[in-house]
Design a protein around this ligand. Sequence first.
Ligand SMILES: Nc1nc2c(ncn2[C@@H]2O[C@H](COP(=O)(O)OP(=O)(O)OP(=O)(O)O)[C@@H](O)[C@H]2O)c(=O)[nH]1
Ligand SMILES: [Mg+2]
Length: 415
Amino acid sequence: MPLFGTGIAKLDELLGGGVPENSILAYSSAVGLESDVFLLHMIYEQLGRGRTCIVYSNVKSPSSLISDMKDYGFDVGGYQNNLVFIDAYSSLMGFGKSAEYTVKNPSDFMEVLSMLEEAVDKEKKPALFIASMNTMLDSVGEEAFVGKYYQLSRIMKKAAITSALYVEWGYSPEVSRRITQADCLILLRSSEIRLALGHYLKIQKAGWLKKKKDGGMTYRVAKPGGVIPYIPKLLVSGPYEAGKSTFVRTASSKSVSVDRFGTTIALDHGHYEGAGMSAELFGTPGQPRFDPLLVRIAGSALGAIIVVDSTMPETFERAKQMIKMVRSAGSPIVVAANKQDSKGAMKAEDVADALGLGEAVPVVACSAIDKKSTNRVIEILIKMVLSAPGFPETADETACAEGKSTDKQQEVASR
Ligand SMILES: Nc1nc2c(ncn2[C@@H]2O[C@H](COP(=O)(O)OP(=O)(O)OP(=O)(O)O)[C@@H](O)[C@H]2O)c(=O)[nH]1
Ligand SMILES: [Mg+2]
């Protein structure tokens, strides 16, 4: 069964490779997010694979949609022949005909349906995109929409793949029921409680996945770039001289560290990019006088790396103490058994035994001077972050329940 890519590699990964043929993929977005970028990603992806894309455009004119795509870096100039618009916007605005298919009266559901069907039949197995299902709903009225949804659904199923966007302006239960009939439902949200979390998506439904997926993906939207999987904060900490600054420096494309006589006296900061993901790394100094800072950053980070010097077992007690502090914040932790390239370094398994942490905290062999090695640690942590049960809602709820949100908001505000 062929799988259709969303154009966002990390999301495809979460979906088990993509969305199966003849599925309806619905993005259901909170109000006020740049959610149409998800459809634009997929249009660009499918055009790139040589597939004809039909776009039902009822929020913008086809030309402004094309110019939006260009802003995100999706230049469709070479694909004009495979990009077919059903313009349900221009007639509404009194602009006249601008596309191959123009809906004269977007509030006439019968006209909308017959034009969609005509286009889908003519193009033979196209990908179909409904740029805004809620605008369609508003135009035709709820009664008609609910009453004839089965017809719309039948047409959408004729396409090789359909993707539709809903912005949640508040639906009746009847409408919600239709939306949740989609084969794949992805919720787009922004976090109000944990401000540093920014935007995230959550896969609410994807029937073809054998195992129900927990978790989701945090992201940011960039022009160009579109949806970029993004973790706003990962903590890097550990005992004195363990290699935290080296870790952040090696792992980052850009990094800053404030050192005095070789020891860090302020935060290390670096920007990580790898495996279709980017993240901000924040390193705290190791001395106990900075512990309040450690606890504070752990509280707003989505995951933590504790770097330990595998040649210095005498520092493990301190490492355990730090892990305990970070653990109380509830985010996933990975221990980097660092300096594996040094003589006398204990193996990761032995470091794990000595720390006695159990399976929830993996101990990964690492040499902070080697980028492959730092990337491996970060990738393991990111996997844990994205698949944490209920993520990222749980993070919010935990923060809320623990009354940390004010703290977090203050911290973010003061950044
Ligand atoms: N051989 C080897 N040396 C390392 C490695 N990681 C760090 N070092 C060295 O260990 C020393 C301490 O590294 P830093 O990165 O400054 O450690 P830190 O944890 O930031 O130290 P503080 O900020 O002072 O707590 C430096 O001399 C590094 O070059 C490693 O993987 N292998
Ligand atoms: Mg340092």
